[in-house]
Design a protein around this ligand. Structure first.
Ligand code: ZN
Length: 498
């Protein structure tokens, strides 16, 4: 074990230290892409542009806004509203210069500007011409051009530069409307990557043990609680603060360049765009806390004082470890087994049981049933050991801000359970292209490798669900794949639901 890894191990709780294998196989984290990042990033549409002397750009923009409506997206906020004739892409310059009074407009001393009006689909051409004809300075020679534009914001400066050349001057606001904020990912990854390999090795180990015992498939899950000094345990107080900083940054970066290309008298017309965009932007992290009823508000100060010496050091503690147990008390036929005994569900349920235990409620009568659907009692000794420990911080809602490490990409059912439990982060190793719920990549029809479990092509392809980051589900968690060459693969049937 490397010195840096030894150092990390020393910060672990005693139970984790006891459980981990003597050698930790190392791996690297690769952030998961969101559905939007993979699908809509390059979607193009057509937009109307016009040109006018800069003293009337305000009027032009107002007319366009009146027709397109106030919806930020319909106003293409990532495109510069007003652009000097010299700054439009060369191929448009050539084209527009030869139309109408183009020669004059493109003269060096011209004070005309090109103005993006809005997406073609969102505005009626006749209404637009009617509106523009109310402006004296352009009435006699109304120019309306149609250009292809990217409909969604760029996710990097490089992309913005490329689009500025290919389509229209594009502004990168150092945010990512299609997924988690890049700085949130890199900051979190820097922290998580220090010990991610430890938890993945533990998940791997429990998976093997369960398979050996005949309880389940070689799939394992580990849930940990990370305590970062100076950060509220519940995550409730710190999250909005972080969000606010990012929001300021993006306002600063976005607001400035947006107005640059319009002359000072008419800056308003062009900045309206930027302002409405920025207020519509909700930085990642805040979403979680704004949209979710926060049940974790009952802080228990006594808890903090009794905590072992955190002394400014980050600590991680294991909260639950569980292996797949789908074949426990099950006849091993087919692939399904007991779906309630998937590793993720068992682990989440163990966290829940710890929270209930911490409340010190009188125990309800344990019913003896012949078949226990929820296999959420520890079956393996490692599971028992972790289960017997108290929850390090039994304040928050279920899995709020906890981290889940899994050997395999969880199935759709488990992915939704993970989301509902308000898990903060997920790291998994093996992707399950046919059945996984976290990845967004398209699922090929050939992903099953022609195994006998399906008829020809019937296991289907289609789109990944990308459940780790779906704003519309009111909860977004950060997700990574863990790639490693130094630990054996835990192969399962491609049709299996992990
Ligand atoms: Zn599952």
């Amino acid at each position: 074990m490397s010195d840096s890894m030894k150092e990390v191990v020393e910060t672990l709780d005693p139970v984790s230290r006891h459980l981990i294998p003597p050698d930790i196989a190392l791996g690297t984290l690769v952030p998961l892409k969101t559905i939007l990042e993979l699908r809509d990033n390059l979607s193009l549409g057509l937009a109307y542009v016009t040109r006018a002397p800069n003293k009337v750009t305000n009027d032009v923009v107002n007319i366009a806004r009146a027709i397109a409506g106030d919806d930020a997206a319909k106003n293409l906020p990532h495109l510069r509203r007003c652009v000097k004739p010299a700054d439009i892409p060369p191929h448009l310059k050539t084209q527009f210069m030869n139309e109408g009074n183009g020669r004059q407009v493109h003269l060096g001393k011209s004070n005309w500007l090109y103005i993006v009006l809005g997406p073609k689909d969102e505005m009626s051409y006749d209404e637009l011409v009617k509106g523009l004809s109310t402006i004296d300075d352009i009435r006699d020679d109304i120019f309306v051009g149609t250009i292809p534009v990217p409909l969604l914001a760029p996710t990097s400066q490089v992309q913005a530069n490329m689009w500025s050349q290919q389509f229209w001057q594009t502004v990168y606001r150092k945010n990512n409307p299609l997924g988690p904020h890049p700085s949130t990912i890199s900051r979190t990854e820097a922290i998580v990557s220090r010990d991610a390999s430890i938890w993945m090795n533990l998940a791997h180990q429990i998976a093997k043990k369960s398979q050996k015992a005949g309880y389940g498939e070689p799939i394992g899950a580990v849930i940990v609680k990370r305590t970062i000094p100076g950060k509220s345990d519940s995550g409730k107080q710190s999250a909005p603060k972080e969000g606010a900083v990012e929001s300021e940054v993006s306002n600063g970066e976005g607001g400035g360049p947006e107005g640059d290309n319009c002359n000072s008298h008419h800056q308003n017309a062009c900045e309206v765009n930027g302002a409405s965009h920025n207020t519509a932007e909700v930085p990642n992290g805040v979403i979680n806390d704004v949209n979710q009823p926060d049940i974790s508000s009952s802080e228990a100060p006594a808890q903090d004082s009794t905590k072992p010496d955190t002394e400014g050091k980050e600590t991680t503690q294991i909260v639950a470890i569980a292996a797949d147990a789908r074949w426990y008390q099950q006849e091993k036929v087919g692939l399904t087994g007991n779906p309630m005994a998937h590793a993720a569900l068992r682990a989440i349920s163990m966290v829940a049981q710890k929270l209930v235990r911490a409340e010190d409620r009188p125990k309800s009568e344990q019913k003896m049933m012949e078949f226990e659907a929820f296999q959420d009692k520890p079956l393996l000794s490692d599971e028992q050991l972790v289960f017997d420990e108290d929850h390090p911080c039994p304040d928050g809602y279920l899995c709020h801000e906890l981290e889940l490490y899994m050997t395999h990409e969880p199935c759709t059912m488990c992915a939704m359970a993970i989301l509902h439990s308000r898990m903060g982060r997920i790291v998994f190793r093996h992707r399950m292209p046919l059945t996984g719920g976290m990845s967004s990549e398209d699922r090929g029809y050939d992903a099953c490798g022609g195994s006998s479990a399906c008829g020809e092509g019937s296991c289907g392809g289609g789109q990944g669900l990308g459940l780790h980051w779906r704003k519309e589900l009111n909860w977004t968690l950060l997700g990574w794949e863990w790639e490693s060459d130094s630990i054996e693969s835990l192969s399962v049937d491609a049709h299996l639901h992990a």
